[in-house]
Design a protein around this ligand. Structure first.
Ligand code: MN
Length: 131
C-alpha cells in the first residue's frame, strides 16, 4: 500500500508540480483546492502527510491547520506548510497553528520529497522504507 498525501493548494501550477513529484515518489495523491474541501478530504482519506498552502481563498492555511488539529484522528499527521511567506514570523505562525514543518516556495524538485519526509515521525519513516 502506498503512503497517502493530501495537497491543499489553490494554484494549478503548484498543484501539478507537487502531484507530479509525489506520484513519482510512489505516493497516492489527493487534491483539494480550498480549506473546506481539504478538511473533508483529510477526514475521508486519513492521509499520511498533508501539504498545506498558506495563501488560500476563504480559510487560510493557518486556520486550516488549526481545524485539522482539533480532530483526534488527524492530530498525528505531519502537516507541512508550503508557502512563499519567507518571513520568520510566518513560519512561527504556521508552527503555532499546528504545522509540523515548513518548506518555502518556489519548490526545489531536487530536494522537496526529502525535506517533506524529514518531518515524518520515526514510525512513518519506517513504513516508507518498508514499502
Ligand atoms: Mn495559494
Amino acid at each position: 500500500m502506498k503512503l497517502k498525501a493530501l495537497i491543499i493548494e489553490d494554484n494549478e501550477q503548484n498543484m501539478y508540480m507537487l502531484t507530479f513529484l509525489l506520484e513519482n515518489n510512489n505516493y497516492e495523491v489527493f487534491q483539494a483546492f480550498n480549506g473546506l474541501d481539504g478538511i473533508k478530504a483529510a477526514i475521508e482519506h486519513s492521509p499520511d502527510v498533508i501539504l498545506l498552502d498558506i495563501q488560500l481563498p476563504q480559510m487560510d492555511g493557518y486556520q486550516i491547520a488549526k481545524e485539522l488539529r482539533k480532530k483526534n484522528d488527524l492530530q498525528h499527521i505531519p502537516i507541512v506548510a508550503v508557502t512563499s511567506h519567507a518571513m520568520v514570523a510566518d513560519r512561527e505562525k504556521a508552527m503555532e497553528s499546528g504545522a509540523t514543518g515548513y518548506i518555502e516556495k518556489p519548490i526545489d524538485p531536487d530536494n522537496f520529497i526529502q525535506r517533506m519526509e524529514s518531518y515524518f515521525s520515526e514510525e512513518l519513516q519506517q513504513r516508507k522504507i518498508r514499502l
